[in-house]
Design a protein around this ligand. Structure first.
Ligand SMILES: [Zn+2]
Length: 184
């Protein structure tokens, strides 16, 4: 059971690298070192993760563009251990679970009860969403744009992102800013 006491939602998008985790915690604890648990506990935290079958159609060996990644049942398909204290089943959304579907946007993911991200954000009466994760040009961007379409104020934490290509990352940030996504 999760308890929510704020309409602001912090969302991790399949955070794989500890450095992103640490940067995120840092960004939320400016000048208040050591208080990260208290601060993170005041927000509902949603996790979105790629959870692919081993033969997912997006993988190079299947004719796709990506190396094999985030395979369900392997370490790559799990949430980083540093984040486990914040994980709650109802707020964890898996996507890309079917061989044929790519699903970059978190809005295409569902939790264990088959509820979508959009459905849960509505139930939480969410206004603002803070986003971090991987990768800026793909899953992060698609999710941010869907959040915006759904009427949320989107805060993208630029120091808490990982990307495929640096130039692509910068271009995506610029384009997202022009669409009304807050780059912070
Ligand atoms: Zn994927």
């Amino acid at each position: 059971m999760c308890f929510f006491n704020d309409s602001k939602v912090t969302k991790f998008i399949r955070v794989k690298r500890k450095i992103i985790t640490l940067r995120f915690i840092d960004s939320q604890t400016k000048g208040q070192g050591g208080e990260e648990h208290e601060i993170l506990d005041t927000f509902p935290i949603l996790f979105i993760r790629d959870h692919h079958p081993a033969d997912h159609s997006s993988f190079k060996e299947q004719g796709g563009i990506w190396p094999s990644h985030c395979v369900a049942g392997t370490r790559g398909g799990e949430i980083h251990e540093a984040l486990l204290p914040y994980v709650c089943e109802e707020l964890t959304f898996d996507k890309g679970c079917c061989r044929e579907t790519e699903q970059y946007s978190g809005f295409e993911g569902v939790n264990a009860a088959e509820q979508s991200l959009g459905e849960i954000l509505e139930l939480l009466d969410t206004t603002d969403v803070y986003v971090c994760g991987i990768a800026t040009e793909y899953c992060v961007r698609n999710t941010c744009e869907d959040l915006l379409k759904a009427g949320h104020k989107v805060h993208l934490l630029k120091d808490c992102l990982a990307y495929v290509d640096h130039a692509g990352h910068l271009k995506a940030l610029e384009e997202m800013a022009s669409e009304g996504i807050g780059i912070e």
